[in-house]
Ligand binder design. Sequence first.
Ligand code: NAP
Ligand code: COA
Length: 272
Amino acid sequence: MAITLDFSGKVVVVIGGTSGINRGIAELFAAHGAKVAVASRKQEKVDDTVKRLQQLGVDAMGFVADVRELEALEAGLQLVHGRFGAFDVVVSGAAGNFPALANDLSGNAFKSVVDIDLRGTFHVMKAVYPLLRKPGASVINISAPQAFIPMKAQVHVCAAKAGVDMVTRTLALEWGAVGVRVNSVVPGPIDGTEGMARLAPDKNIRKMVARSVPLGRLGTPEDVGHACLFLASALGSFITGTILPVDGGWSQNSCGGMSEYLGTAAARKPVS
Ligand code: NAP
Ligand code: COA
C-alpha cells in the first residue's frame, strides 16, 4: 500500500501551538485531516487557534496550561484524551527567548528560559507518556540551532535547547521498546515569527540573516511543518533519536553572523 500523508482519524497534540511556528505545524496537521489539540498560557490565543483549526474542517480543542506546571498540563491532556483518545503525534514547542549577555542575566532570567524550554519539555514528555498510542506514537520536540551552535547573548537558550535535544535522544532509547519514536526538529530563521522579532528586530538584519542561509531565504512555518508531517508519518517509521535541522543549511554556516550581531546589539542595549 502506498504511504500517504493523510492524518484522518489521527490525534495530534501541539503544546505551545497557538502562535508562530507551532501554530503553523498545528494547522498543517489539520489540513491533512488530523484532530488537533493545542495548549498555551493565554486563553485568547488558544480560542483563536481552535477556531482557525475548526475552520479547516477538523475536530479541534485547546486548553490553557503553563508548561512549568506539570499538574495543569496533566489535567488538560486528560481532557484531550477523554474526547479524542490516544495521541498519535505530540509536538512540544513552548519556549521563551530574549537576547542578553550572560553578565546581564539574573539567575532568575536564566532559570525562566530553562524552566520553560527544558523543564517544560520534560513535563510535556512525562504528562503525555501514559496517553500515547503504543506502539505507533511519534513525539517531536521543537529545538533550535542554539542547541549545538554557541551564540552570544543566548547562553540561557543554548543551555536549555541542548538539554531538549538530550531529552529527545534519551527518550528515544527508553521509549523505543514500546514503539514510540522521539525526534527533535530544529527550525532555522523563520520569517514573521516572535523568535525572529526578538533576535532580528529590523528589516536589514533579517536581510543579512536571509543572505547567510545557504538556500538564500528565511524559512516558513510550513517548511518546519512539512518535516513534522514526514517524521510523524509512516515514511519516518524507522527514525528515532534524530535531531533534524530544517534551516536551509544555516547551521552548517554556524548561523552566519548571528552570534556577533547578537553580542554587539546586546552590549549596546540597556538591560531591561
Ligand atoms: P512563539 O510564536 O512565541 O511561540 C511560542 C508558543 O509557546 C506560543 O504558543 C506561546 O503561547 C507558547 N508558550 C510560551 N511560553 C509558554 C509556557 N510557559 N507554557 C505554555 N506555552 C507557552 O515563538 P516562535 O518564534 O514561533 O517559536 C516556536 C518554537 O520554535 C520555539 O520552540 C522556538 O524555540 C523554536 N524556534 C524558533 C525559531 C524562529 O525563527 N522563530 C528558530 C529556531 C527555533 P502563550 O504566549 O499563550 O503561552
Ligand atoms: N534581558 C534580561 N533579562 C530579562 C529579559 C531581557 N530582555 N526579559 C526578561 N528578563 C528577566 C526578568 O527581568 C526576570 O528576571 P528577574 O526576576 O531577575 O528580574 C526573568 O527574566 C523572568 O522574567 P518574567 O517576565 O517574570 O518571565 P515570564 O515567565 O513572565 O516570561 C519570558 C518568560 C521572559 C521568556 C517571556 O519573554 C516570554 O513569556 N516569552 C514567550 C514568547 C517567546 O519568547 N517567544 C520566542 C520563542 S523563540
